[in-house]
Ligand binder design. Structure first.
Ligand code: GLP
Length: 240
């Protein structure tokens, strides 16, 4: 695992952008795995700036990690809406190349379809991840047992609380989501995890300490992936 420390959020976003641009320059039809949450927002802003300078998204294919069950594409809290607002509508991506789980299709069918689509293309080339303060990646919540494949997941109380900042009230946060599984995420050839924000110290400790791999901190399993880069914003995450 490669670990990059940056002095602030802006530098983290620029560094992440540099790595994504490198990937696109190497392979213009790259399959990118994308994440939501507030951490990747700076990266998406940087990518939009790169597009304005000529970066071409016309052959790029994207797969998002997760979506809340029950929220339609045009609900402003859905991850479909988020991705469109913060990235897709600003670049020349082919709308047919965008893949995000649907929050309104029959979930049991949706998880099988999404997993099959992803496996069929051989997984993503470069996966961007954020980090939940309880150690979740995508919506793989801490547990004795984790899902390998795309699954329906129950959100933990701490995630519902943490994500309620985007909703009007806590009771509006959906309690279930569709999320790529740990195995699905691990099919990515390269992974970049972005760490910034409050209360991420303990989860980061589990990611960086090789004696601390635990399904109760799903992020720690990334230590087993063959090509993961960790980018840490030192201004908000104090690493011991
Ligand atoms: C959500 C997403 C995760 C994301 C996490 C962290 O729960 N499902 O993919 O990593 O939020 O969010 P933030 O970057 O806002 O701290």
């Amino acid at each position: 695992m490669k670990v990059i420390y940056t002095k602030n959020y802006e530098e983290l976003s620029k560094k992440a952008c540099e790595l994504v641009v490198e990937q696109i320059n190497e392979k213009k039809n790259s399959v990118l795995g994308l994440a939501t949450g507030s951490t990747p927002l700076g990266l998406y802003e940087e990518l939009i700036k790169e597009h304005e300078k000529g970066l071409d998204f016309s052959e790029i294919v994207t797969y998002n990690l997760d979506e809340y069950i029950g929220l339609s594409k045009d609900n402003d809290q859905s991850y479909n809406y988020f991705m469109n607002e913060h990235l897709f509508k600003h670049v020349n991506i082919n709308m047919n190349n965008i893949n995000i789980p649907s929050g309104t299709n029959e979930p049991e069918e949706e998880i099988v379809d999404y997993e099959n689509k992803l496996r069929k293309i051989g997984g993503v080339d470069l996966q961007i991840l954020g980090l939940g303060s309880n150690g979740h990646i995508a919506f793989n919540e801490p547990s004795e047992e984790l899902n390998a494949k795309t699954s329906i997941v129950n959100l933990t109380e701490s995630t519902i609380k943490a994500n309620s900042r985007f909703f009007e009230k806590e009771s509006d946060v959906p309690t279930k989501a569709i999320s790529m599984g740990m195995g699905t995420i691990f099919t990515a050839k390269k992974i970049i995890i972005l760490i910034s924000g409050k209360n991420k110290e303990e989860a980061t400790e589990y990611l960086l300490n090789s004696n601390k791999i635990s399904t109760n901190w799903p992020v720690s399993l990334l230590q087993l992936h063959q090509d993961t880069t960790v980018i840490i914003d030192e201004s908000s995450v104090e690493v011991k």
